[in-house]
Design a protein around this ligand. Structure first.
Ligand SMILES: Nc1ncnc2c1ncn2[C@@H]1O[C@H](COP(=O)(O)OP(=O)(O)OP(=O)(O)O)[C@@H](O)[C@H]1O
Ligand SMILES: [Mg+2]
Length: 233
């Protein structure tokens, strides 16, 4: 569904990603793991068109998105939840959701505000609260809810568990697992190994702007050498 071929990107003169290949199969959860600063977030920002490619190609469901702008990429069904969550603090929860809904394609709408509230009941009591009044867990649920309002065909999640209490992490896990069961394609960046391993059909380890290892969670659990080399501290 998503194919990155030998991509290069970075910030200004600084090349962060060099020669990265990645294929995410439709209906799978693919986790991107690696140490701090290796380029995981940069890869996601390149997929959504926030950073331009300096080489290589990105295809999404047959469409070459390499030169498309972020708006057009989003309209194809690529939804992104950044590490910073980027909730509009001055807007209510409802307004945050409705605004995201405007990015959805006109036809085939399956997600609306009511369905997001069924999915994340915690948000139901907070509908008229401002985004800035939410807890970290509620903000993450709203950020995912907004992405769902865009009718995603793939969800890109950057460290959805960061800074959250274990009980909230468990709730987010259950929800992502539910989306997976419903056939959603997910590309997940995580520091929480157990969280990622529990969800992912496939894991790619990133080291300095490239994929350095690929396999299932079970394969990685037994490959202590890869684990220590690319994830160990
Ligand atoms: N806006 C920016 N301008 C310049 N360099 C940046 C910028 N954002 C990130 N970098 C650099 O790019 C490299 C990769 O950063 P990136 O955020 O992709 O790493 P990451 O794998 O997501 O790490 P982390 O686990 O800390 O989130 C780092 O060396 C970082 O300092
Ligand atoms: Mg990051």
């Amino acid at each position: 569904m998503l194919e990155l071929k030998n991509i290069e990107s970075g910030y200004g003169e600084t090349r962060v990603i060099h020669g990265l290949d990645l294929t995410v199969e439709a209906g799978s959860v693919h986790a991107l793991l690696g140490r701090n600063g290796v380029g995981k977030s940069t890869t996601l920002k390149t997929i959504i068109g926030q950073l331009s490619l300096t080489a290589g190609q990105i295809r999404f469901d047959g469409t070459d998105t390499s030169d498309l702008n972020p708006y057009d990429i989003a309209r194809l069904g690529v939804a992104y939840v950044p590490e910073t969550r980027d909730i509009f603090g001055a807007l209510s929860v409802r307004e945050n959701l409705e605004l995201a809904g405007r990015l959805a394609p006109a036809e085939g709408a399956s997600w609306d505000v009511d369905r997001v509230l069924d999915f994340f009941p915690n948000l139901a009591d907070r509908m008229s609260n401002g985004g800035h009044e939410l807890s970290g867990g509620e903000q993450q649920m709203l950020a995912i809810g907004r992405a769902l309002m865009m009718e995603p065909r793939i969800l890109l999640l950057d460290e959805p568990t960061e800074g959250l209490a274990p009980i909230i992490i468990q709730q987010i896990f259950t929800k992502l697992n539910q989306l997976k069961t419903e056939g959603m394609t997910i590309l997940l960046v995580e520091q929480n190994f157990n969280f990622a391993a529990g969800l992912a059909d496939m894991i790619s380890l990133v080291g300095r702007g490239q994929i350095v290892w690929q396999g299932t969670a079970d394969a990685l659990k037994t490959d202590t050498e890869a684990h220590e080399k690319w994830l160990g501290v």
